[in-house]
Design a protein around this ligand. Structure first.
Ligand code: ZN
Length: 300
Protein backbone atom coordinates (compact mmCIF):
# COMPACT_ATOMS: atom_id res chain seq x y z
CA UNK A 1 0.00 0.00 0.00
CA UNK A 2 1.29 3.44 -0.85
CA UNK A 3 1.37 5.98 1.94
CA UNK A 4 -2.05 7.57 2.37
CA UNK A 5 -1.93 11.24 3.31
CA UNK A 6 -5.01 12.81 4.86
CA UNK A 7 -4.18 16.44 5.62
CA UNK A 8 -1.36 16.32 8.16
CA UNK A 9 -1.81 12.62 8.87
CA UNK A 10 0.07 9.79 7.14
CA UNK A 11 -1.11 6.18 7.12
CA UNK A 12 1.17 3.29 6.14
CA UNK A 13 0.85 -0.45 6.18
CA UNK A 14 3.28 -2.31 8.43
CA UNK A 15 3.34 -5.83 7.05
CA UNK A 16 4.03 -9.02 8.97
CA UNK A 17 3.04 -11.43 6.15
CA UNK A 18 1.79 -10.09 2.84
CA UNK A 19 -0.02 -13.33 1.97
CA UNK A 20 -0.93 -16.44 3.91
CA UNK A 21 -3.31 -18.84 2.16
CA UNK A 22 -5.99 -20.19 4.50
CA UNK A 23 -8.52 -22.95 4.00
CA UNK A 24 -11.63 -21.46 2.38
CA UNK A 25 -14.09 -23.61 4.33
CA UNK A 26 -12.38 -22.70 7.58
CA UNK A 27 -12.88 -19.03 6.67
CA UNK A 28 -16.45 -19.33 5.29
CA UNK A 29 -18.32 -22.50 6.18
CA UNK A 30 -20.92 -22.08 3.38
CA UNK A 31 -18.47 -21.33 0.56
CA UNK A 32 -18.80 -23.40 -2.64
CA UNK A 33 -16.19 -24.21 -5.26
CA UNK A 34 -17.96 -22.28 -7.99
CA UNK A 35 -17.92 -19.13 -5.82
CA UNK A 36 -14.18 -19.56 -5.35
CA UNK A 37 -13.59 -20.06 -9.06
CA UNK A 38 -15.64 -16.94 -9.85
CA UNK A 39 -13.68 -14.96 -7.25
CA UNK A 40 -10.38 -16.23 -8.60
CA UNK A 41 -11.32 -15.02 -12.08
CA UNK A 42 -12.48 -11.66 -10.77
CA UNK A 43 -9.75 -10.98 -8.17
CA UNK A 44 -6.82 -13.03 -9.46
CA UNK A 45 -4.65 -15.86 -8.12
CA UNK A 46 -3.18 -13.73 -5.33
CA UNK A 47 -6.59 -13.72 -3.68
CA UNK A 48 -7.72 -17.28 -4.45
CA UNK A 49 -4.89 -19.76 -4.86
CA UNK A 50 -5.08 -21.88 -8.01
CA UNK A 51 -5.60 -25.63 -7.42
CA UNK A 52 -6.11 -25.44 -3.65
CA UNK A 53 -8.70 -22.63 -3.85
CA UNK A 54 -7.37 -21.35 -0.53
CA UNK A 55 -7.99 -17.67 0.27
CA UNK A 56 -5.06 -15.25 0.46
CA UNK A 57 -5.00 -13.01 3.54
CA UNK A 58 -2.52 -10.34 4.56
CA UNK A 59 -1.41 -9.77 8.13
CA UNK A 60 -0.47 -6.16 8.75
CA UNK A 61 -0.80 -3.25 11.14
CA UNK A 62 -1.54 0.27 10.11
CA UNK A 63 0.94 2.93 11.17
CA UNK A 64 -0.60 6.37 11.71
CA UNK A 65 1.75 9.31 12.03
CA UNK A 66 0.24 12.56 13.25
CA UNK A 67 1.41 15.51 15.35
CA UNK A 68 4.71 13.77 16.07
CA UNK A 69 2.91 10.72 17.43
CA UNK A 70 3.35 7.19 16.10
CA UNK A 71 0.24 5.04 16.43
CA UNK A 72 -0.09 1.36 15.54
CA UNK A 73 -3.45 -0.22 14.79
CA UNK A 74 -3.36 -3.92 15.78
CA UNK A 75 -0.17 -5.97 15.98
CA UNK A 76 -0.59 -9.17 13.90
CA UNK A 77 0.53 -12.64 15.08
CA UNK A 78 3.88 -12.10 16.79
CA UNK A 79 6.87 -14.40 17.21
CA UNK A 80 7.45 -17.47 19.41
CA UNK A 81 3.80 -17.83 20.41
CA UNK A 82 2.42 -21.30 21.11
CA UNK A 83 -0.89 -21.59 19.26
CA UNK A 84 -1.18 -25.35 18.80
CA UNK A 85 -1.20 -27.68 15.83
CA UNK A 86 -4.66 -26.59 14.66
CA UNK A 87 -3.38 -23.04 14.22
CA UNK A 88 -0.16 -24.07 12.45
CA UNK A 89 0.02 -20.91 10.33
CA UNK A 90 0.49 -18.75 13.43
CA UNK A 91 2.19 -21.30 15.70
CA UNK A 92 5.71 -20.55 16.96
CA UNK A 93 6.46 -18.04 14.22
CA UNK A 94 9.99 -16.74 14.00
CA UNK A 95 9.99 -14.05 11.35
CA UNK A 96 12.08 -10.86 11.13
CA UNK A 97 9.51 -9.20 8.83
CA UNK A 98 7.57 -7.10 11.30
CA UNK A 99 10.52 -5.49 13.08
CA UNK A 100 12.45 -5.06 9.82
CA UNK A 101 9.49 -3.31 8.25
CA UNK A 102 9.11 -1.06 11.29
CA UNK A 103 12.78 -0.13 10.92
CA UNK A 104 12.19 0.72 7.24
CA UNK A 105 9.88 3.49 8.46
CA UNK A 106 12.80 4.75 10.56
CA UNK A 107 11.15 3.63 13.78
CA UNK A 108 12.27 1.60 16.77
CA UNK A 109 9.84 -0.14 19.15
CA UNK A 110 10.44 2.62 21.71
CA UNK A 111 9.18 5.21 19.18
CA UNK A 112 5.63 3.85 19.22
CA UNK A 113 3.41 6.06 21.39
CA UNK A 114 0.05 4.32 21.12
CA UNK A 115 -1.16 0.85 20.15
CA UNK A 116 -4.87 0.69 19.26
CA UNK A 117 -6.55 -2.72 19.46
CA UNK A 118 -9.60 -3.14 17.21
CA UNK A 119 -10.26 -6.38 19.09
CA UNK A 120 -8.38 -8.98 21.10
CA UNK A 121 -8.13 -11.92 18.69
CA UNK A 122 -4.83 -13.77 18.37
CA UNK A 123 -3.81 -12.36 14.98
CA UNK A 124 -4.34 -8.73 16.10
CA UNK A 125 -2.38 -8.68 19.36
CA UNK A 126 0.66 -10.88 18.74
CA UNK A 127 3.32 -8.18 18.64
CA UNK A 128 1.84 -6.54 21.73
CA UNK A 129 4.49 -8.58 23.55
CA UNK A 130 7.83 -10.22 22.87
CA UNK A 131 9.75 -12.92 24.66
CA UNK A 132 12.59 -11.63 26.87
CA UNK A 133 14.48 -14.06 29.14
CA UNK A 134 11.51 -16.43 29.14
CA UNK A 135 8.94 -13.73 29.99
CA UNK A 136 6.43 -11.87 27.85
CA UNK A 137 7.11 -8.14 27.99
CA UNK A 138 5.54 -5.23 26.07
CA UNK A 139 7.23 -4.94 22.66
CA UNK A 140 6.65 -1.18 22.69
CA UNK A 141 7.99 -0.02 26.05
CA UNK A 142 6.75 3.58 25.82
CA UNK A 143 3.33 2.91 24.32
CA UNK A 144 -0.03 3.00 25.93
CA UNK A 145 -2.13 0.14 24.60
CA UNK A 146 -5.70 1.31 24.14
CA UNK A 147 -8.50 -1.28 24.10
CA UNK A 148 -12.24 -1.14 24.66
CA UNK A 149 -13.15 -1.93 28.26
CA UNK A 150 -16.01 -4.11 27.02
CA UNK A 151 -13.61 -6.18 24.89
CA UNK A 152 -11.14 -6.71 27.71
CA UNK A 153 -13.91 -7.59 30.16
CA UNK A 154 -15.32 -10.22 27.78
CA UNK A 155 -12.03 -12.08 27.39
CA UNK A 156 -11.08 -11.56 31.02
CA UNK A 157 -14.35 -13.21 32.10
CA UNK A 158 -13.55 -16.24 29.93
CA UNK A 159 -10.06 -16.36 31.39
CA UNK A 160 -11.26 -15.98 34.99
CA UNK A 161 -13.86 -18.74 34.57
CA UNK A 162 -11.23 -21.27 33.45
CA UNK A 163 -7.74 -19.97 34.25
CA UNK A 164 -6.02 -23.01 32.69
CA UNK A 165 -7.96 -22.82 29.42
CA UNK A 166 -5.94 -21.03 26.70
CA UNK A 167 -8.34 -18.19 25.82
CA UNK A 168 -7.69 -17.13 22.23
CA UNK A 169 -5.31 -20.08 21.75
CA UNK A 170 -3.26 -18.66 24.60
CA UNK A 171 -3.08 -15.11 23.26
CA UNK A 172 -4.99 -13.47 26.11
CA UNK A 173 -2.41 -14.77 28.58
CA UNK A 174 0.71 -14.05 26.52
CA UNK A 175 -0.29 -10.88 24.64
CA UNK A 176 -2.83 -9.00 26.78
CA UNK A 177 -2.30 -9.76 30.46
CA UNK A 178 1.42 -8.84 30.39
CA UNK A 179 0.41 -5.41 29.04
CA UNK A 180 -2.02 -4.95 31.92
CA UNK A 181 0.57 -6.14 34.45
CA UNK A 182 3.10 -3.66 33.05
CA UNK A 183 0.59 -0.84 33.63
CA UNK A 184 0.48 0.02 29.92
CA UNK A 185 -3.13 -0.94 29.17
CA UNK A 186 -5.76 1.77 28.97
CA UNK A 187 -9.38 0.67 28.94
CA UNK A 188 -11.72 3.07 27.15
CA UNK A 189 -15.29 3.42 25.97
CA UNK A 190 -15.99 2.09 22.50
CA UNK A 191 -16.53 5.74 21.46
CA UNK A 192 -13.19 7.35 22.19
CA UNK A 193 -11.22 10.28 20.80
CA UNK A 194 -7.55 9.24 20.55
CA UNK A 195 -5.95 12.32 18.98
CA UNK A 196 -7.04 15.73 17.64
CA UNK A 197 -10.70 16.18 16.75
CA UNK A 198 -13.34 14.68 14.46
CA UNK A 199 -12.22 16.78 11.46
CA UNK A 200 -8.52 16.25 11.94
CA UNK A 201 -7.70 13.33 14.17
CA UNK A 202 -8.06 9.72 15.21
CA UNK A 203 -10.92 8.12 17.11
CA UNK A 204 -12.67 4.82 17.88
CA UNK A 205 -16.29 3.90 17.21
CA UNK A 206 -18.27 0.82 18.31
CA UNK A 207 -18.39 -2.00 15.73
CA UNK A 208 -19.54 -5.03 17.72
CA UNK A 209 -20.33 -8.45 16.31
CA UNK A 210 -17.07 -10.14 15.36
CA UNK A 211 -16.28 -9.75 19.07
CA UNK A 212 -18.41 -8.02 21.73
CA UNK A 213 -16.13 -5.00 22.11
CA UNK A 214 -14.85 -4.73 18.54
CA UNK A 215 -14.17 -1.14 17.44
CA UNK A 216 -13.30 0.60 14.19
CA UNK A 217 -10.47 3.13 14.02
CA UNK A 218 -11.30 6.36 12.19
CA UNK A 219 -8.71 8.75 10.80
CA UNK A 220 -9.76 12.03 9.22
CA UNK A 221 -7.78 14.84 7.62
CA UNK A 222 -8.08 17.07 4.56
CA UNK A 223 -11.82 16.33 4.38
CA UNK A 224 -11.29 12.58 3.82
CA UNK A 225 -11.87 9.82 6.36
CA UNK A 226 -10.32 6.35 6.47
CA UNK A 227 -12.01 3.61 8.46
CA UNK A 228 -9.92 0.70 9.71
CA UNK A 229 -12.40 -2.08 10.11
CA UNK A 230 -10.49 -4.81 11.92
CA UNK A 231 -12.24 -8.12 11.25
CA UNK A 232 -15.77 -7.02 10.38
CA UNK A 233 -14.74 -8.17 6.88
CA UNK A 234 -11.88 -10.56 6.03
CA UNK A 235 -11.63 -11.07 2.27
CA UNK A 236 -12.95 -9.19 -0.79
CA UNK A 237 -14.80 -12.33 -1.89
CA UNK A 238 -17.68 -11.17 0.35
CA UNK A 239 -18.37 -8.28 -2.03
CA UNK A 240 -18.91 -10.87 -4.80
CA UNK A 241 -20.68 -13.39 -2.58
CA UNK A 242 -22.59 -11.46 0.11
CA UNK A 243 -24.19 -14.65 1.51
CA UNK A 244 -20.88 -16.00 2.80
CA UNK A 245 -20.75 -16.55 6.53
CA UNK A 246 -17.76 -16.89 8.80
CA UNK A 247 -17.95 -18.95 11.95
CA UNK A 248 -15.38 -16.71 13.59
CA UNK A 249 -17.96 -14.06 14.52
CA UNK A 250 -19.13 -13.96 18.14
CA UNK A 251 -22.54 -12.65 16.98
CA UNK A 252 -22.99 -13.12 13.24
CA UNK A 253 -26.20 -11.11 12.96
CA UNK A 254 -24.74 -8.19 14.87
CA UNK A 255 -21.62 -8.24 12.70
CA UNK A 256 -23.79 -8.24 9.56
CA UNK A 257 -25.60 -5.16 10.82
CA UNK A 258 -22.34 -3.43 11.74
CA UNK A 259 -20.82 -4.23 8.36
CA UNK A 260 -23.89 -2.98 6.48
CA UNK A 261 -23.86 0.27 8.46
CA UNK A 262 -20.17 0.91 7.76
CA UNK A 263 -20.41 0.02 4.06
CA UNK A 264 -23.49 2.25 3.65
CA UNK A 265 -21.56 5.02 5.37
CA UNK A 266 -18.59 4.65 2.98
CA UNK A 267 -20.45 3.90 -0.25
CA UNK A 268 -20.01 6.36 -3.14
CA UNK A 269 -17.79 8.72 -1.13
CA UNK A 270 -14.06 9.55 -1.29
CA UNK A 271 -13.59 7.94 2.12
CA UNK A 272 -11.44 4.84 2.43
CA UNK A 273 -11.93 1.31 3.70
CA UNK A 274 -8.80 -0.17 5.29
CA UNK A 275 -9.35 -3.76 6.36
CA UNK A 276 -7.04 -5.88 8.47
CA UNK A 277 -6.60 -8.72 5.95
CA UNK A 278 -7.01 -7.59 2.33
CA UNK A 279 -3.75 -8.27 0.52
CA UNK A 280 -1.91 -5.56 -1.37
CA UNK A 281 -2.93 -2.94 -2.44
CA UNK A 282 -5.25 -3.32 0.58
CA UNK A 283 -6.89 0.11 0.68
CA UNK A 284 -9.87 1.04 -1.43
CA UNK A 285 -13.27 2.62 -1.79
CA UNK A 286 -16.77 1.23 -1.56
CA UNK A 287 -19.47 1.81 -4.15
CA UNK A 288 -23.07 0.72 -4.18
CA UNK A 289 -24.37 -1.66 -6.83
CA UNK A 290 -27.48 -3.73 -7.54
CA UNK A 291 -26.31 -6.63 -5.38
CA UNK A 292 -25.24 -4.39 -2.49
CA UNK A 293 -21.68 -3.08 -2.50
CA UNK A 294 -18.55 -3.26 -4.63
CA UNK A 295 -14.99 -2.60 -3.54
CA UNK A 296 -12.41 -0.89 -5.70
CA UNK A 297 -8.77 -1.13 -4.67
CA UNK A 298 -6.64 1.99 -4.88
CA UNK A 299 -3.71 1.73 -7.26
CA UNK A 300 -0.62 0.11 -5.85
ZN1 ZN B 1 -8.06 -11.13 12.01
Amino acid sequence: MKTITLGNINIDQLVEFDTIFLDSQWMYHNVENEMLLRAQKELGPKFVQPDTLKLGLSFHSFLIRTRGKNILVDTCNGNHKHRGERMQWQHMLDSPNYMNNLAKFGLRPEDIDIVLCTHLHTDHIGWNTRLLDGRWVPTFPNAKYIMARQEFDHFNRLHAAKPDYPVGHGSFADSVLPIVEAGQAEFVDMNYLVEGNLDDGVWLEPAPGHTPGHVTVHVKGGGVEAIMTGDMIHHPIVFLEPTLETKHDFDKEQNNQTRKRVLERLADTQDLLLTAHFISPTAGRVCSCASGFNFKFLDK
